[in-house]
Design a protein. Sequence first.
Length: 277
Amino acid sequence: MSADHNPRRVVSLQPSATVILAAIGKLDRLVACTRYCADVCPEVKQRGIRIVSDSWTANAQQIAEAAPDLVIAAVPYQEKAVAQILKSGARFLGLAPKRLSDIYTDIATISGAFRASHRGDQIIAEMQHEIAVTREQTSGKPRPRIFCEEWGKPIIASQPWVAELVEAAGGEFIGTPGARISSEEVLSEDPDVFVAAWCGAGDRVPLEKLVHEHHWAGMKAAKAGRVYCIRDEFLNTPAPTLLRGLRALAAAIHPQDFPQAPGLRCITNAPAGERKR
């Protein structure tokens, strides 16, 4: 009988990896993860798993103390963080997804490492199916122009996979995914719908303050009351969690056709008679 070389003790420095481990039924292999992993994967809190620094601020000693045989992190981030991961002496799997196809590859890679390829294939198929169904449901409908930002200071547009989800949800993504853009440029684009999903902010983006500080009151999205916050984890975690983000986007873009989705919050001080639900 061949030896089992599957990872037994995993340190996850990336929420997406933790979500994927949970989805394939291998969360029992996780010995340490970040506080952001705990935010997106409640099972982590229930299990009392050790909390360590993330891919940005990785600490070799913290990792070594968890005695992992595999560390999963995201690259490229800060070089010194990668150096800390390597210094820990553990095997290192670095993820760097940009598009949905990359995310599917990450799911297949992680599930394969744990001899759970069948479950990984199922998860990928489920994601592809729901995205395809949503795209079909919005086919032929008007396509509002959407600006999504993953950070507010400076303003950074959401990642390419979010642009793909916006398209599937029946919208037209404004700007270059993942690139910086000025508040003046956003205003000149005059989006029909504005979505903020700030990394690490959960659902706490101050929408009213955002519109006021950037002088966006005259923007179509603001005048129509179509300024939204979507929970950070639902759009910025490149994992099966993105399906929640897809549902929130669909509800924001075509509220008449999709039910209000968990994690979606609308601005509250829209002009009377103009706010759309």
